[in-house]
Design a binder for this molecule. Sequence first.
Ligand code: IMP
Length: 451
Amino acid sequence: MTVTIIGSQLGDEGKGGTVDLYGEGADVVVRYQGGDNAGHTVVVGEETYELSLLPSGVVRGKTCVIGNGCVVNPETLFDELDALRERGLDPDVRVAERAHVIFPYHRRLDGIEEEDKDEEVGTTGRGIGPTYEDKAGRRGVRIGDLLDPEVLRTRLEYVVPQKCAVVEDVFGKEAGEELDVDDLYETYRTYGERLAEEEMTVNCGSYLQSRIDDGDEVLCEGAQGTLIDIDHGNYPFVTSSNPTAGGACTGTGLGPTEIGQGEIVGIVKGYATRVGSGPMPSELAGVEGDTPGYDGDAGEDEENLATYIRDEGGEYGTVTGRPRRVGWLDLPVLRHATRANGFTGIVVGHVDVLAGLDEVKIGVSYDLDGETIDAVPPTTEQWGRCEVDYRSFEGWPEVDWDAVASEGYEAIPENAREYLEFVESELETPLYAVGVGPGREETIVLENPVE
Ligand code: IMP
C-alpha cells in the first residue's frame, strides 16, 4: 500500500511535518520529483533538521529512496548524509539509477538564464530546470551512468561542448571550470564509486514494488506544490517537474493503479505563501522585488498584518532565506489541487499562526473579467487578473497549543474549527489532521492512513 503526500498550494505547506508524522508507520519513504530545491524542516524534540534533497523520513531511520523522477546533485546528497552521520544518525538512503544528475554547469546556466530574463522565475538556483531540460532533450546523465566510467565520459564529451557554446555564444559569458570535461569526469566518477561502495543505487520501480509485495508501506513524498507543477501550475513560474499525483507514478516507477489504490493526502497551509515572482491573488501587502509591481504602497495595516503572519509563521525560505509572500487561504487554488491530485484527505497546518487576529479570511471564488469562477484559470495572465471574493471568519485566540494538541480536535478554539470545517466541506474531502505547531506532537491526527 502507498500513501502519497502532496503540496496543495505553492510549496512550503509543511509537508515535511506530515511525512514525518505519517512516516512513523511507513517502511520506505520515496521522493519522486525535484532535487535539492526542496527545503524541508523536520523537528524532532529539541532537534531541527533542515534538508533539501534527502526525504524527511531519513531522520526517523526509514529506508529512503530518491526516485527516478528526481534530479540529484551528488555533492548535496553526500553533504546531507555526512551531516546526519555527524549528528549520530545512520541514514539508509537509496538512489534510483534512472534519476538524472545535476552538474555544476546546470547551476551556472540556471543563474545565467535568470539574470538574462526580463521577468525572473525566482528559481532556487540549484540547476533544477536545466537538468530536466537535458533529461527531456535526451542529453542528460543518469545516476546509473556515474557507475560506468566509459559511459560517463562519452556522455560528458557529447554534452559539455554544447553547454560551452550556450554559455559563450548565446549568453556571451566565459566558460569556467564547471565546463571542463576532465575535471567533471574525475569528480563525478568518484561520486559514482562512492555510490557503488555504499551500495546506494537501486532499480527504483522494481525495488519499491518488491517492498510493497512483501507487505511494506511506502510513503511517497512530493516536493514543492501543485501550483508550481510544470503542467498544472502557473507556468512559467513553476518548477520543472510534476509534484502532482501523476508524478508519483512516473517518478517512482510504480503504476497508477498502485498509487491510486493508496491514499493521496493534500497538505494545506492555513494561509497562502509564495516564494518569488508570479500572481498571488490573495496576497497581503507584498515583498518588493518579488511581488510584481509592488513598491511598498499597501498601507500600514495591511503591511503589519503581512509581517505578523510572516514572522509568526517563520515564512522565510529554508533553502534561500528569502522572505515569503503571504496572503489569505485561497479556495480556488485548493479546488484546483483537489481535482488535479484526487486527494483522499487533507491536512491543514499552521492554524496556530493565525491565532490572535480579530478577523481571518478565506478567498472563496474569483472574479475574472466580470465572471465568477471557483478554480484557478488555465493561463497565468488570467490568474493575475483574478480578484478574490472573501468570506470573513471571526479570529481565534492564542491558546496553549501543546495542551490543545494533547487534548485533541475538540480542544481547538471553536472559531478555528469553523474555519477548518468550512474548508473540508468546500473541498468535499475529509480532514485527516490539523497542525497547531511545528513539531510532530503538535499535530492532531483524526485519520492516519499509514496504520
Ligand atoms: P526551481 O525549482 O529552482 O527551478 O524554481 C522554480 C520555481 O519553483 C521558483 O519560483 C521557486 O521559488 C519555486 N520553488 C522551487 N522549490 C520550491 C520549494 O521547495 N518551495 C517553494 N517554492 C519552490
